[in-house]
Every structure is written in C-alpha cells, then in structure tokens.
Design a binder for this molecule. Structure first.
Ligand code: B16
Ligand code: MG
Length: 243
C-alpha cells in the first residue's frame, strides 16, 4: 500500500485562515528531553548481560513501548529462543529500571531539548492546553528533575493505561481529561508506535526524527530545534482542511 508522505518542515507556509487546535499532547522521552538515549544505554547493558545485542535498529522498536513489552522484544531478538518465567521477567525489567533511574538522576533543566521551552511558551500564549502522554512510569520524576512539573495541565499516568502505544489509549486519556476531541489535538512523538497511537486517536501527528522511521507522521521535523508553533499550526490547519 502506498503511504501518504509526511509534510516536511521545509514545506513553507500558506496564506489563509489558520485553524487553531485546543490542545497539544507531548511525548516525553525523546521529545521533551533525551532520556530515549538513557533507555537505550540501560537496555543495551541488560542485553549484553543476557547475550543479546541491542543495537540502534532494535532500539527504534523499543521507543514509546512499555518496559515489559520492550523486554519481550529484546528477548525475541536472542540468538536462541528463550523462555523466561514471569517472575524473572519482572526482575530483569527492575534491573533495567534501576540502571535507567540512576542515569536520569542527574538530569537538570539544561537537558530540556532545544526549542522545547519556547514552543511551550508560544503554545501557552496562544491559549492551548498542554499535556504529557508518555509510556514511562518515571515521567513524573523526569518532569520534576527538568522543573517542568507545573508546565502541563495534565500528565497521563502510564501505570493506569491498559493498552500502551501504538494503542491510542494514552492520547485519548489526555484528550478526555482536557475535554477536547481528537480532531482538536496535536500529538508530538519521536517513535513509530507513538505516531500510530496519535493517528488512531484521530489527532494530528507531529514526528521528530527521520523519514526512515517516522514516514507515517502528518508533519515531520528532523529534531526539536525545528519545532515552531506557527509552522505546526499552519500544517495542522492544512490537515484539517484536507480531512
Ligand atoms: P519506563 P515515552 C517511553 O517513554 C520510552 O520511549 C520507552 O523506551 C520506555 O520503555 C517507556 O517509556 C517506559 O518507560 O520504563 O520509564 O516506565 O517515549 O512514551 O515518553
Ligand atoms: Mg518517546
């Protein structure tokens, strides 16, 4: 099946009325801060202990995916099939999380990715509601370390979500709390699973990354420094008019 290509950041603006959405739902790891890299390092170390290579290609599949599901994907990449009892799965996931939390314990507001603070300010100035839709149970801790805990109207509690990304539940939960419809929301993600989740929630999907992994996004920038409120709203407006 031929996929529609994402609108790339350099597409430029178009004259005409801009439709303003009601809310923007941000992913956390890889969008607000580069904790995606710390997840990778922690999984790679656990993989090495188990004799499984966790390379960057496998890591792309882990982005946005819950801790236990990530572990299952890593075990599925073992050279020989492995059967691991539930209790051992929990122990391995806890070992990875201990490493991950030790890596993130020293992050500071300096670790907020470029362009994010001004984007949050500009969106807020335009009257939009802001939320975090992360799969991470560590999200409240990360937001606190970044001194961003008060910057969002709502933070989805990953522990309460029954079906993780690519299921839309995370994004629908945020829209529900903010009392807005899917069509009135923009989601911003760095993972393929997250982009799918946003689109299945009926929202406009902004991707951060490459066309190789995020081809499905409705609007794509190579990194957060290219995120700009007016460009995003312009692209959203064109999407609304097309759909
Ligand atoms: P934790 P996001 C996701 O966060 C990460 O991308 C993914 O790599 C991680 O496995 C997942 O959170 C669960 O995180 O182990 O901290 O609960 O990208 O949805 O903000
Ligand atoms: Mg992410």
């Amino acid at each position: 099946m031929v996929q529609p290509e994402p609108e790339l950041a350099a597409a430029g603006s178009e004259s005409g009325l801009i439709t303003i959405p009601q809310a923007v739902i941000f992913d956390l790891d890889g969008v607000i801060t580069d904790t995606a890299e710390f997840h990778f390092l922690a999984w790679r170390q656990l993989g090495a202990e188990l004799g499984i290579e966790v390379d960057r290609m496998l890591n792309e599949q882990l982005k946005g995916v819950s801790r236990l599901q990530s572990l299952e994907l890593i075990l599925a990449a073992a050279p020989e099939p492995v059967i691991v009892p539930e209790a051992v799965l929990e122990q391995l996931a806890a070992r990875k999380n201990a490493r991950y939390t030790s890596l993130i314990s020293s992050i500071t507001p300096k670790d907020i990715l470029p362009g994010i603070c001004s984007l949050l300010d500009d969106l807020r100035a335009a009257g939009l509601k802001l939320a975090i839709g992360s799969a991470s149970r560590n999200a409240p801790f990360v937001l606190e370390r970044l001194e961003l805990a008060g910057a969002f109207d709502y933070v989805v509690d990953a522990g309460r979500i029954k079906r993780g990304k690519p299921d839309p539940e995370t994004f629908l939960d945020a829209a529900d709390y903010l009392k807005v419809s899917g069509r009135e929301c923009i989601g911003i993600e760095d993972s393929a699973a997250g982009i799918e989740a946003i689109q299945r929630a009926g929202m406009f999907a902004v991707g951060i990354g490459s066309t190789h992994t995020l081809m499905q996004a409705d609007y794509l920038v190579p990194s957060t420094q290219y995120l700009n409120r007016d460009d995003i709203l312009g692209a959203y407006s064109r999407w609304i008019r097309r759909s």
